[in-house]
Design a protein around this ligand. Structure first.
Ligand SMILES: *Cc1c(COP(=O)(O)O)cnc(C)c1O
Length: 380
């Protein structure tokens, strides 16, 4: 069987976890490994502040609090995304205004955002699908013109860039995920990326249960107390230790995934030339992290039979997001602005192929051969 995903484990994670337990004797949050992870990201992604969190979902919840979302506010987001992108804002009473995606990158169509803005709009959330960047210059221009906050859901975008800038660091705030299905992992975990310095102090307070405990530890106040709303968004040192072993090897991991991605791309190109499938598009402004490799079939029916065929050949592939705007909660908490030209259509024909660090060349070749076979059988 070829699995769809295998959680990343290099070996050194164990050593670091042991160090956290035996040498540092620090298991709760914000110990040496959490600090190392934050600093590594701040330096490598060139951003003023990164705070490790318990998940990307929680980093988004922190972002919604920092953006001062109140009941009735509107938030613009794609419908083709994970529930957490919008749930964080719904929890604070926002209404989600869904906008269609671009058929090439499956990211929010930047040309449709301006028309969706009302007096109630407060935030735009670009989601960098598959680690491929949204058209950020355009989105930042619109945000500036209408005084909106941009929160990048860069859950899948760690180590990707837009015009040389790390994803997650372009908007006012950004969020990463280190869930086991992502390129770098700590089991469950994430990070809040803060580009706009004004948010740093309050972010630290929100993450520490609404207290100024971070300041206390730095010796800036002589006792800590409850100063704002908040929750417990800091992960255990054990998780941070696991992640740090991978951040240290981020370049090597990224190269390995890109190699897999390219082998798929080159191996499946002739099916695209024959107009049997569509392959991912990477715009010039983006360097990506090979978070995902997907192909697009003709339609839902063909996709279903491809997934079943591959399963019969021992290969696990997967479809992805079911559009949020037509889901039960989506209908209740949001509305779709404009026409759904691509969200539903593209989501129904997309299939993701196995992708993980260390996926062997022969296995990739086997998968490509089987997809070839499928189209030989089915295009007669
Ligand atoms: C994975 C993912 C999330 C959620 O990440 P968690 O760390 O599991 O909370 C949010 N948004 C997108 C786009 C994701 O891919």
């Amino acid at each position: 069987m070829i699995n769809f995903n295998v959680p990343l484990f290099l070996g050194k994670e164990k050593e670091y976890i042991k160090e956290a337990i035996e040498k540092n004797q620090k298991l709760c949050g914000d110990g040496p490994f959490t600090k190392k992870c934050n600093k590594w990201m701040e330096e490598n992604f060139d951003v003023s502040k990164v705070l490790l969190t318990t998940s990307c979902t929680h980093a988004l919840e922190m972002a919604a609090i920092l953006a001062d979302i109140h009941p009735g506010d509107e938030v613009i987001a794609p419908s083709y995304t994970f529930v957490s992108t919008v749930n964080a804002f719904v929890l604070r009473g926002a209404k989600i205004v869904f906008v269609d995606i671009r058929p090439d990158t499956l990211n929010i169509d930047e040309k449709l955002i301006e028309d969706a803005i009302t007096e109630k709009t407060k935030v735009i959330i670009p989601v960098h699908y598959a680690g491929v960047a949204c058209e950020m210059d355009k989105i930042m221009d619109i945000a500036k013109k209408y005084h909106l906050i941009v929160i990048e859901d860069a859950a899948q975008g760690v180590m990707s860039t837009y015009k040389g800038k790390a994803l997650g660091t372009i908007g006012d705030l950004g969020t990463y995920s280190f869930h086991e299905t992502k390129n770098y992992t700590m089991g469950e975990g994430g990070a809040l990326v803060i580009s706009k310095k004004e948010y740093i102090e309050r972010a630290e307070i929100i993450r520490e249960k609404g207290t100024d405990r971070s300041k206390f530890f730095r010796g800036q106040v002589d006792k800590y107390s409850w100063v704002d709303v908040g929750s417990s968004y800091l992960p255990s040192e054990l998780n941070a230790a696991y992640l740090y072993a991978q951040l240290e090897e981020a370049r090597m991991i990224n190269d390995n995934r890109l190699k897999t991605w390219l082998q798929y791309y080159n191996g499946l190109k002739n099916l695209e030339e024959k107009k049997l499938i569509d392959l991912p598009v990477i715009p010039d402004y983006c360097s990506h992290n090979a978070h995902m490799f997907y192909i697009k079939c003709k339609n839902l029916e063909e996709r279903t039979s491809l997934i079943n065929y591959l399963k019969g050949e021992g290969i696990y592939s997967a479809f992805h997001y079911v559009p949020l705007h037509s889901s039960e909660a989506g209908l209740k908490y949001g509305r779709f602005h404009g026409k759904d030209d691509y969200t539903t259509r593209e989501s129904e024909r997309l299939v993701r192929l196995p992708m993980y660090f260390g996926l062997e060349t022969e296995k990739i070749k086997y998968i490509i051969d089987k997809i070839d076979n499928f189209y030989q059988i089915n295009s007669i």
